[in-house]
Design a binder for this molecule. Structure first.
Ligand code: ZN
Ligand code: ZN
Length: 184
């Protein structure tokens, strides 16, 4: 799942995984999407919405009074498909102050029970099928996304330093988010 970072008042970076429901970018951080928003704030709303097909994509939507720029350009049409590592700047009502957000399309590598959902899936490391509910890791590289076993008997994801796909150089370290705006 993609994630978003933003800079809090004290300057530290806060990272939040984006859930399929998306979220709103408030003047000071992230808040849950839609439902709870009051009509008073709706005309200033800035939200992130997920599209599923044909591939996962994240759309930034801002209502016209909200002053938002992406990578330094003012968002004039109020809508934009986000790219990995886009910088989103949201002006606050208080003049001259803005909150910085960064979008990352990079997903986190996490071990979870595999759900086949139709087509059988073969692990690229051991070439065996991955069974329903087997513990597995999906390569977090958005261009790859291959599933690997990660069980006690078949630790296929962590078996090597990188993903088993010859076309992918994703590190297989099971740590948290790989990238932060401090790397810029
Ligand atoms: Zn395997
Ligand atoms: Zn990969």
């Amino acid at each position: 799942m993609a994630y978003i970072c933003y800079q809090a008042e004290q300057g530290q970076w806060i990272m939040t995984d984006l859930t399929e429901n998306g979220c709103r970018l408030s003047e000071t951080g992230i808040s849950p999407s839609a439902a709870a928003q009051s009509p008073a704030s709706a005309d200033q709303s800035v939200s992130l919405v997920r599209l599923d097909a044909p591939e996962e994509a994240w759309i930034l939507m801002a209502s016209p009074p909200a002053k938002v720029s992406v990578n330094g350009s003012r968002l004039l049409l109020g809508i934009r498909v986000l790219d990995d590592r886009d910088e989103i700047l949201r002006q606050r009502t208080r003049a001259g102050v803005a909150t910085r957000f960064f979008f990352s399309a990079e997903r986190r590598a996490e071990v979870k029970p595999f759900r086949a959902g139709g087509q059988p899936v073969r692990c690229p490391r051991c070439k065996q099928l991955i069974g329903e509910n087997d513990l597995a890791v999906r390569c977090p590289n958005p261009a790859c996304g291959l599933w690997h076993h990660e069980t006690a008997d078949l630790p296929c994801w962590t078996y090597d330093a990188t993903c088993a796909s010859p076309a992918c150089i994703q590190s297989t370290e099971l740590r948290d988010h790989h990238w932060t705006p401090e790397d810029l």
